[in-house]
Design a protein around this ligand. Structure first.
Ligand SMILES: [Zn+2]
Length: 170
């Protein structure tokens, strides 16, 4: 499974508030590569091929998943995420990619109702409220959270890895 990692120019150039993330971006990229390689090696998630993982500043979210009508897949990760949060978010967003790839989650435009309708395993999930609690209870969110259980093991192995290279700063 192929993937690419990119990051926003505001981080690279250290513009404004993101000056402090400039030096950390190489570590973020290393962590994402490590997590992706772990997921692929252990066959944890069947995510979409050629997925783009983009690191940028995001307001209010740890990460976001985008899937377009051409099956182009993109994960956005918040550059501010702590190491454990970053791993958990990658697992979570990749699970959404698998849901689309396996057609468990589908979004279809209904011309009569002039709105996008979500389908989960063939059933319409129409009542999308804006409340956080309702969002948490959406079936694809409950399903995506199940993969987060792998995060502690990945974190433990990542710490071993960076300790080996004597890069661990305590
Ligand atoms: Zn989610």
């Amino acid at each position: 499974m192929n993937y690419t990692i990119t990051h926003s120019t505001s981080i690279v150039n250290g513009v404004g508030n993101y000056k402090k993330y400039k030096n950390g971006i190489a570590d973020r990229v290393k962590l994402i590569h490590f997590t992706m390689n772990y997921i692929i090696k252990h066959n944890l998630i069947d995510f979409c091929d050629n997925i783009n993982i983009h690191v940028k500043p995001i307001k209010k979210f740890y990460g976001l998943y985008y899937h377009d009508i051409h099956d182009r897949a993109r994960v956005e990760l918040n550059v501010r995420n702590a190491t454990s949060t970053m791993i958990r978010t990658i697992l979570h967003e990749l699970k959404h990619s698998e849901q689309y790839k396996q057609d468990r989650l589908k979004v279809i435009y209904d011309y009569k109702r002039k709105s996008w309708i979500d389908f989960w395993e063939g059933n319409e999930v129409s009542d999308r409220s804006k409340k956080y609690e309702d969002y948490r209870n959406l079936p694809w969110e409950i399903d995506a959270r199940t993969t987060e259980k792998y995060a502690p093991q990945i974190l433990a192995e990542y710490i071993v890895e960076i300790s080996k290279n004597k890069e661990l700063v305590i």
